[in-house]
Design a protein around this ligand. Sequence first.
Ligand code: NCD
Length: 323
Amino acid sequence: MSGLLTAGQLGSSDVETLFDLADSFLEVSSRRMPKVPALKGKTVVSLFFEDSTRTRLSFETAAKRLSADVMTFPVASSSVNKGESVRDTIETVDAMGIDALVVRHRCAGVPHQIAGWTSASVINAGDGAHEHPTQALLDAFTMRQHFGSVAGLRVAIVGDVRHSRVARSNVALLASLGAEITLVAPSTLLPATLDGWPVTVSTSLDEVLGVVDVVYLLRMQTERMREHLVPSLREYRMRFGLTSERAALMKPGAVIMHPGPMNRGVEIGGEVAELPNALVVDQVRNGVAVRMAVLFWLLGSGGHQTDQPSELAEVDREGAADV
Ligand code: NCD
């Protein structure tokens, strides 16, 4: 099976290859015509059973920049609404002859199941509160771009860790790259057990603010909560929100990150995303290049064992004219 289902499946040499590819694709994205023929003839289907703005558009932009054919499966107006099962849906799409499926679902494990029903590469674009590996890749890539390396960085992941697939994938990937991670949240927003998580925990943002290099904020994912886990959003903001006042207390050179969508006025102050040390826009920009890298790594000629990023950049430059 080829595909990208969890951040933990990536070895450090895979991550390095993907980051080198993403560097090449950032260069492609900056061209006047940001398109290369690398995946001409391949078909990528995006299958989002759950809402998305940036992840879906980012994958579709990435696939189009590689000249793949892109189909968006409109779940809301499909036969899923007539009771068709996920399995029958996948087998129908698979029979059309596709190369990759980008899947988001509100239940953990669905992309893994789907991978057993199709010969296409399956990319997990978020499954419940479980994993979101390409988000973690683009976050780590953004940190590497800003600081030169992820190893040794001190990263605080702040907020609703319990319901966050972004936090799970980021902890796995950042720890494997040598970052030191502190989860900052009220205990009600932490997972029931943190056994095996390579993290330290703090219940005070004010305590870690002056020492970390990255403050990574999470949205309160109320759609996944079955009970009230904080007294009120106002109270949450008072203790855990990155207000302008708190942002001013960050260590010099430290940066602010957020996967989006942001709830301004809750986990992030109204103006904080516009501060010069906020990397939110860089995360989105890098997301396209990183997803181009993932798609090329999985679908490019020869698969991910043999491709050399430097050769690829040459091929792309030569091939760009005939798109
Ligand atoms: C996140 C998600 O959907 O997991 N957003 C994203 O993909 N950029 C985070 C969230 O919904 O809060």
